[in-house]
Design a protein around this ligand. Structure first.
Ligand SMILES: [Fe+2]
Ligand SMILES: [Fe+2]
Length: 380
């Protein structure tokens, strides 16, 4: 029976992990045909991603050339999901392929991280009957025994990388090149995709000491996100941009917040007493307008990193903690709080709030009501 290897994904961007997975599946299966099916991505869902046209160009210049010529000849790009301009579930695609190739046996290859999420895909029971399933182990994402009952394992080693991680690295200018085909990396650079050079842009807008602090917060935020199961890419981006509005001089800060009608709590009192306390809200506004961040979770974490808030998400608390305990902080307890953050993030967050209060009191400074509320809400 004719075997068709199906390889779907967003390819945003295509990277060496995709190449390794495709090669491994092709070597193992020796298929008669290979179908690469890039997913359509709603334009508003992830504005940090690349357009369909750009993703296709990168597949042509990076993924296809990684295949030996004999397999390239039997490979087709299936654009039905992209041309449909809507989110298409894999089960729909496989049903369509079954209709088109009723005599063929379909084989679908995924990384072990996707395989582990299989139960959350649309209609997993039908998926199991429509295709045979292959999974490759990514380091750190080993398939549990229960997943292996219908997934067959591809034996070749995979690099430990995902598109999310690569987008985050590109945004921070932090070593993504080694995970990409040279042509893909060059394409990304040429078209300025994924916020590439974002640190360079930030560097021109804030003072050098603030820039170093932002990098330190981004690094710590990413490490903490990995430790506590949050999205490392979001944490890095929030950490990098958390102070992007901090360079506005104090006398202008409250004016900016008023002009932009930012929801700074107790704005009148803040502008009279400590206008710099607006900077978190101003930074979130600038992150959205100048740096194109639209993810509400990231914008919320940026806006709450100084005063906190009445309700704070895990990411909000993590960025608050990473800012107060980053490696460039030199108050005596900073190192201890940093270590604590890897043991008990809630205790570290509480220690940061306490530290801010003590600092304000020791300087006889006005304390924002939200900070007091936050402290009180943390009392058992
Ligand atoms: Fe700040
Ligand atoms: Fe900061």
């Amino acid at each position: 029976m004719r075997k068709i290897l199906v390889f779907g994904g967003s390819f945003d961007p295509p990277h060496l992990g995709h190449c390794a997975l495709l090669l491994s599946a092709a070597k193992t299966l020796r298929p008669d045909g290979i179908l690469i099916i890039p997913a359509y991505r709603a334009p508003l869902k992830n504005p940090a991603g690349a357009s369909a046209a750009h993703r296709l160009k990168m597949i042509h210049s990076g993924l296809l050339p990684s295949l030996p010529a004999s397999w390239r000849r039997i490979t087709r790009l299936d654009l039905s999901e992209i041309n449909g301009k809507r989110r298409v579930y894999t089960v729909e695609t496989l049903r369509r392929l079954k209709r088109l190739h009723p005599k063929a046996e379909l084989h679908f290859a995924v990384g072990s991280d996707s395989a582990a999420d299989f139960h959350r895909w649309r209609d997993p029971e039908s998926l199991k009957t429509l295709s045979r399933w292959w999974a490759a182990n990514r380091p750190g994402h080993f398939l549990a025994a229960r997943d292996l009952t219908f997934f067959k394992r591809l034996r070749h080693a995979m690099p430990d990388i995902s598109s999310t991680e690569i987008r985050s690295r590109l945004a921070l200018g932090d070593g993504a090149r080694k995970y990409l085909a040279p042509a893909v990396h060059a394409f990304i650079k040429r078209h300025g995709l994924y916020g590439e050079n974002l640190p360079d842009r930030l560097k021109t807008q804030i003072k050098s000491r603030r820039f170093k602090h932002s990098l330190a917060v981004a690094r710590l935020a990413e490490q903490l996100a990995r430790r506590w199961g949050l999205d490392p890419a979001k944490a890095r981006l929030a950490g990098l941009l958390h102070d992007c509005g901090r360079s506005i001089p104090a006398p202008d800060m409250a004016g900016y917040a008023q002009r932009r009608r930012l929801a700074v709590p107790f704005l009148a009192a803040v502008s009279r007493r400590q206008p710099l306390l607006c900077h978190a809200y101003v930074s979130a506004d600038i992150a959205r307008r100048r740096f194109g961040v639209s993810d509400p979770a990231i914008l919320s974490a940026i806006s709450k990193h100084t005063l906190g808030g009445r309700s704070m998400s895990a990411l909000d608390r993590l960025i608050y903690t990473a800012d107060a305990a980053s490696t460039d902080r030199n108050y005596p307890e900073a190192k201890k709080i940093r270590a604590l953050a890897f043991q008990d993030i809630d205790a570290a967050f509480r220690a940061c709030v306490r530290q801010k209060l003590c600092h304000a009191l020791s300087h006889d400074a006005w304390i924002h009501p939200l900070t007091l509320q936050l402290w009180n809400s943390l009392q058992k």
